[in-house]
Design a protein around this ligand. Structure first.
Ligand SMILES: Cc1cc2nc3c(=O)[nH]c(=O)nc-3n(C[C@H](O)[C@H](O)[C@H](O)COP(=O)(O)OP(=O)(O)OC[C@H]3O[C@@H](n4cnc5c(N)ncnc54)[C@H](O)[C@@H]3O)c2cc1C
Length: 491
């Protein structure tokens, strides 16, 4: 029987372990975190997963509990493969590896159906990804379903499935190096032990939790970012593979980073999950310490800007910003604005509000907001579920959609800084999830999935693609680590 070691304990590792067991391997999963903190970044997510679909049929295949009444009052729209390709191309400035992106997109629905077949439950993401218009919930951003119970629910159910299938799981087990014999990977070294295997799948995250690597690769200042998720993703898998001769690949100076509460702790907290994020800025404006706007808050739907705007906030003086809204849009703010641990001020006038913004030039801030209000062209009606073209005129930066004057008290402002999610650079992997060496050949017995795969995301990211990528490449890595290794043994 083929022995496979999977390094990691998040979505990608669990899908790899389940895939390998399905193909008949004996599987050992090494999770660095203790049991209580298992599950990596995957556990901190909302469980939102992007996939290509033509219409209601695919949604129903993943959410069999959906009632006819729910279907009737929901416009799920469609998200064809071409749209997914366009989004991957546009957000990555067309640098995404076509083979890897193609696989991710083409296998997205099938992989989610595979997960559902094993017992993962999904539901429509009504709260965060649809707006009610004309009595119907309209989905607007290609991200339509989430795992039941969010990231926590997803991870728990994958661990249950893996356990049921007979995957051997060890917690507090940090892999430190690969055992390589005669050019083949033959196991993994822990602090005091070497464990032999026929193949190894690395699915142990990027290097977002390593402050020194962040400063080294992402650039000066990135050591100051808060980490949104697990503290355990310090780049071990990438380092181990590079030491074994793997080629590095992708956007090593790029990462996914978002607007995150300025007083959030240095690493994620499981009881808050992703709720320190503040993603309703398309409905308002953002001001920096100088009291100036610095991005087009309405350049696109949140799903296509949020992952790069964290970096924009990091580049502002003092690495912070305030998001400002008025009472007209307050009911539309996402659930994360209503948590207890939020940095918020409110006031009945813009003068009073700008004086309350800690660290901000209040005089300039007031001027910026008044100038913004004058610049809003009210010709196009406001529609949060569409790119409504309701824009500003003659100000820089512009606001291209959802521009409403801030004129209805009470006004609210939320203090944010940069929260890093995961890094984009990683290892060269082919579409069979084999890790490629610097000489351009697969390294025998070595596979990868998840955040540490390089070449998929550059500069930006379509929301909800990380979990799908981990699942697609995880399942493939599990299959390849079993079947391809078996074939090479039989040769
Ligand atoms: C707050 C937050 C919200 C997010 N929301 C979403 C969302 O809704 N949808 C979406 O698609 N994506 C989301 N993401 C991104 C998503 O989390 C990642 O893309 C995805 O979970 C990565 O999966 P992974 O298995 O590669 O990594 P992880 O889930 O991070 O797993 C890595 C695992 O490796 C383990 N590990 C690390 N080093 C070692 C070692 N040396 N030995 C053994 N184990 C090791 C870690 O303990 C961890 O269990 C979010 C991320 C965060 C932080």
């Amino acid at each position: 029987m083929t022995r496979v070691i999977v390094v990691g304990g998040g979505n990608a590792a669990l899908c790899a372990a389940i895939g390998a067991r399905e193909r008949g391997a004996e599987v050992l999963l090494l999770e660095r975190a203790p049991f209580e903190q298992r599950g990596g970044n995957s556990r901190f997510t909302a469980g939102g997963m992007r996939f290509a679909y033509e219409g209601n049929e695919e949604i129903r295949a993943l959410v069999p509990e959906l009632t006819p009444e729910e279907t009737a009052r929901t416009d799920f729209g469609s998200y064809p493969r071409e749209a997914f390709y366009d989004d991957m191309g546009r957000t990555t400035a067309y640098r995404t590896d076509p083979e890897l992106a193609g696989k991710l997109i083409d296998e997205s629905f099938d992989t989610l159906r595979w997960m559902a077949g094993h017992g993962v439950r999904f539901l429509p993401m009504y709260g965060r990804q649809s707006f009610d218009t004309d009595g119907r919930a309209r989905f607007w951003g290609g991200l339509t379903i989430e795992a039941w119970g969010g990231g926590q629910g997803l991870v728990d159910s994958l661990y249950t499935i893996a356990g049921r299938l007979g995957v051997d799981i060890r917690y507090g087990a940090r892999a430190r190096a690969l055992a390589v014999k005669k050019g083949k990977v033959r196991g993994v070294r822990l602090a005091n032990q070497e464990i032999a295997a026929d193949s190894v799948v690395l699915a142990c995250g990027g290097f977002e939790s390593n402050a020194a690597w962040r400063a080294q690769y992402l650039g000066p200042g990135w050591e100051l970012a808060k980490v949104r998720g697990t503290r355990f993703n310090t780049g071990d898998g990438i380092r181990m593979a590079l030491e074994a001769g793997a080629a590095s690949r992708g956007n090593w100076s790029g990462c996914h980073a978002v607007a995150w509460d300025m007083h959030a702790p240095d690493f994620g907290e499981l009881d808050v999950g992703d709720s320190f994020q503040k993603h309703s800025y398309p409905l308002g404006v953002m001001l920096n310490a100088e009291g100036r706007r610095f991005v087009d808050e309405g350049a696109d739907f949140r799903n296509y800007t949020y992952a790069k705007y964290g970096g924009e906030i990091l580049r502002q003086p003092g690495q912070f910003a305030w998001q400002v809204f008025d009472a007209k849009v307050a009911p539309l703010l996402r659930d994360e604005y209503r948590i207890r641990r939020v940095t918020k001020v409110s006031a009945d006038s813009l003068e009073e509000l700008t004086r309350k913004l800690d660290g901000v030039d209040a005089h300039q801030a007031l001027h910026t907001l008044q100038e913004f209000n004058r610049a809003v062209d009210r010709a196009a009606p406001f529609d949060p579920a569409a790119k409504d073209g309701r824009a500003t005129r003659d100000i820089d930066p512009p606001k291209s959609n959802w521009a409403n004057p801030l004129d209805t008290p009470p006004f609210e402002a939320y203090g944010v800084t940069c929260g890093i999610t995961f890094t984009f650079g990683g290892l060269h992997v082919d579409s069979n999830a084999r890790i490629i060496s610097e000489d351009g050949l697969p390294i025998a017995g070595l596979y990868a999935a998840g955040e540490l795969v390089g070449g998929v995301f550059y500069f930006n990211y379509p929301g909800g693609t990380g979990l799908t990528s981990g699942a697609v490449f995880g399942r493939t890595a599990g299959y390849s680590a079993t079947s391809l290794t078996k074939k090479s043994q039989n040769r």
